[in-house]
Design a binder for this molecule. Structure first.
Ligand SMILES: [Zn+2]
Ligand SMILES: [Zn+2]
Length: 344
């Protein structure tokens, strides 16, 4: 089968090539991939600058949905034809503090699909049955391919941070992750502001169409003034940094209310300076979130099924697997939002 493979470490070394068809071993199922999304981390794997373990040669791709087409021995509860998506965590150590706390997303030995184990930029992918999640009947497989990024945002917004009805939530960065966090804040009954930079206008229009109360391009302190005004001078309750930029981080610390929550989901790639004394002066809570665990997947699928999160609005491009290079280029250029690959 044709697959997009990271062949060797370092920048580049990604090719479309023929690899052996995988088969389900004991405890595993094989999934015929319907569609797989390109994630920011895929670009970093391609560039060779991701800080999580990657073990080439490996088939890339970790955001996908499809249909079970082979069931290994010892698997119960799953049948050929089941519509599924699967977690990106393939294995963890099971012994560390995080594993024993049930937070296996934090396990230092976590091995990820599409990083260490062959992923979904191919016609078939094999996963352990225990990592499967059933796609509700009223959710399309295209929508379900967004469960992974949505589950990341569910963990961040519902498990790590606390959002209450009536809160003022500010999201910086109108990319796919920012727009999913925005919708989760809306689903929780919060008032929402989303902030972008010049060039983000189309993405901010999507945010408005999704129901954001305010969507604006930051320029000359505009965002801070607006947040000040909307909160009667108090500041926002929760600031979600989903852009990975120093400017957004500073805006967050400056515009949060005293006792507010700062949530980091963006990855800057480079360290930058921020004024941490504001944490003390304002008694801020600084939070971070990475990846997801089982309950976040189930909640994400429920929210899709109940139409409380719209992922279709974010899926702007779909390419055949053979056009992966063009797809990566479009995604890297920030044209559109989510770019998907469909195996031929
Ligand atoms: Zn991802
Ligand atoms: Zn562990």
């Amino acid at each position: 089968m044709q697959a997009v493979v990271k062949e060797a470490p370092g920048p580049g070394n990604v090719v479309l090539k023929d690899v052996p068809e995988p088969h389900a071993g004991p405890g595993q199922v094989r999934i015929a991939v319907r569609v797989a999304g390109i994630c920011g981390s895929d670009l970093h794997i391609a560039q060779g600058d991701i800080k999580l373990r990657v073990q080439p040669p490996v088939v890339m791709g970790h955001e996908f949905a499809g249909v079970v087409d082979e069931v290994g021995s010892g698997v119960s509860g799953w049948r050929v034809g089941d519509r599924v998506t699967a977690e990106t965590t393939v294995s963890t150590c099971g012994r560390c503090r995080s594993c024993r706390d049930g937070a296996y997303n934090r396990c230092p030995e976590r091995e990820i699909l599409g990083y260490v184990h062959d992923g979904a930029f191919a016609a078939w992918v094999v996963v352990a049955a225990e990592r499967l999640h059933r796609v509700p009947d009223n959710v399309s497989l295209e929508e379900a391919a967004m469960t992974e990024p949505l589950a990341c945002c569910v963990r961040a917004m519902c498990d790590v941070a606390q959002v209450h009805p009536g809160d003022l939530v500010v999201v910086a960065g109108p990319g796919p992750i920012g727009l999913l966090c925005l919708q989760l804040a809306m689903a929780a009954g919060a008032r929402t502001v989303i902030v972008g930079v010049a060039g983000d206008e189309e993405r901010l229009d999507v945010a408005k169409s999704l129901g954001a109360d305010c969507a604006l391009v930051e320029q000359g302190g505009l965002a801070e003034r607006l947040i000040h005004e909307l909160s009667g001078g108090e500041g926002c309750d929760l600031f979600v940094e989903a852009s990975g930029t120093a400017g957004a981080a500073q805006l967050g610390l400056a515009s949060l209310r005293r006792g507010g929550q700062y949530l980091q989901v963006g990855l800057a790639g480079q360290p930058f300076a921020i004024d941490l004394s504001l944490l003390a002066y304002k008694e801020l809570k600084m939070l971070g979130s990475l990846s997801q665990v089982w309950p976040a997947w189930e909640r994400a699928l429920l929210l899709l099924s109940r139409r409380q999160v719209n992922v279709r609005a974010l899926q702007t491009h779909i390419f055949a697997l053979g056009q992966w290079e063009e797809a990566f280029r479009v995604f890297a250029s920030k044209r559109g939002l989510k770019v998907m690959l469909r195996p031929e």
